[in-house]
Design a protein around this ligand. Structure first.
Ligand SMILES: Cc1cc2nc3c(=O)[nH]c(=O)nc-3n(C[C@H](O)[C@H](O)[C@H](O)COP(=O)(O)O)c2cc1C
Ligand SMILES: CCCCC(=O)C(=O)O
Length: 342
């Protein structure tokens, strides 16, 4: 469904930048597995349910979204389009949903907020606690409504395509805007191998924002996350960019949902490419899903309009899938609608 848009994006992008966006870690097993796992699922629809018009609206932390679909945090949008994250934010706002702003954004969160749509902020906690707290305060002041803490990156994944292309630095003029410190110097982003649960407790003391833990797959970690007071968990393998060989997210989802037992919402990202994928994730217990690469393809192909197109397309496709499966609302979806894997 999104293949034509991806082809348009590819044609416009510098090949090394396409590889950065499209690629994964290692042999890209997990990158492929995310999509393949959805493709293996088969649905068991209900009929004669007289659903009438569907209602996709979904509320998370008090924000109403047009559908259970958000924009995942991804780095470096100004490599994809000159308007960068501002265009992404405009597209997401037009589609009625949340943009999760990346810590590695190439536009400051204060400027992105000018688009007017709801934002969450993704944080890579830095070993420098004072600096980390200052970044969180910046996100709060800019109006971000949740903090998404990425925990699948104690070290950076090995990205073969980037190594081959020699893609190590942003081109002149682009920087990670959230790595600027008080003096205007831009720090290097640190993937912190010393990150532990105590830092999540510390963060809860630093901010009143809901904390979403991003990048867990193991049900035991989901349980710990709940015990440490997070407001949601996000089942993710970073789009196959960190541990190659990690389980596909939709395959990890049921055990996480079971462990969490409804105490907090369970979100998922990785491999969502059509309405049936979203339907399957919701039926298996996800409260909402996030999309990464498809939004980048929309951005690269057509800026804010392209982002809106991708999100509208996915929402409309979910609406159709709900009708065809006999459901009126996302909350009507139950696990029995996922029949089998082939
Ligand atoms: C180009 C790119 C950059 C990314 N940058 C970040 C990031 O800065 N922070 C983060 O937490 N996740 C990052 N991710 C992971 C996404 O948030 C998300 O987990 C993943 O893209 C979902 O898979 P999908 O692309 O198949 O939808 C990035 C992913 C891609 C493809
Ligand atoms: C230094 C930027 C990190 C971006 C990221 O998370 C990714 O490329 O997956």
């Amino acid at each position: 469904m999104l293949t034509e848009l991806a082809a348009r994006a590819r044609a416009r992008l510098d090949p090394a930048h396409w590889d950065f966006f499209a690629g994964g870690a290692g042999d890209e097993r997990t990158l492929r597995a995310n999509e393949e796992a959805f493709q293996r699922l088969r649905l068991l629809p209900r009929v004669l349910r007289a659903t009438g018009p569907r209602d996709l609206r979904t509320t998370l932390f008090g924000t109403e979204l047009s559908a259970p679909l958000l924009v995942a945090p991804t780095a470096f949008h100004r490599l994809a389009h000159p308007d960068g994250e501002l265009a992404t934010a405009r597209g997401a706002a037009a589609a009625g949903t949340v943009l999760v702003v990346s810590m590695a954004a190439t536009t400051p969160v204060e400027d992105i907020a000018a688009a007017g749509g709801p934002l969450w902020f993704q944080l890579y906690p830095q070993p420098d606690l004072e600096f980390t707290a200052a970044v969180v305060r910046r996100a709060e002041r800019a109006g971000c409504r949740a903090l998404v803490v990425t925990v699948d990156s104690p070290v950076f994944g090995r990205r073969e395509r980037d190594r081959r292309n020699g893609f190590t630095d942003l081109p002149a003029g682009l920087v990670c805007e959230h790595l600027r410190d008080g003096t205007g110097r831009v720090r290097d982003i640190v993937m912190d191998a010393d990150l532990g649960w105590e830092r999540i407790d510390w963060l809860r003391g630093v901010t009143g924002l809901p904390i979403v833990l991003k990048g867990l797959l193991h049900p035991a970690d989901a349980l710990l996350a709940v015990e440490h007071g997070v407001s949601a968990v996000l089942v993710s393998n970073h789009g196959g960019r960190q541990l190659d060989g990690a389980v596909a997210t939709v395959d990890a989802l049921p055990a996480v949902v079971k462990a969490v037992g409804g105490q907090v919402p369970v979100l998922l990202d990785g491999g969502i490419r059509c309405g049936a994928d979203i339907l399957a994730a919701l039926a298996l217990g996800a409260g909402a899903v996030l999309v990464g690469r498809p939004v980048l393809w929309g951005l690269a192909a057509a800026g804010a309009d392209g982002v809106r197109q991708v999100l509208d397309l996915l929402r409309e496709d979910l609406d159709r899938a709900l009708a065809l499966a006999g459901a009126r609302r996302p909350a009507d979806l139950t696990g029995d609608l996922v029949a089998a894997r082939c």
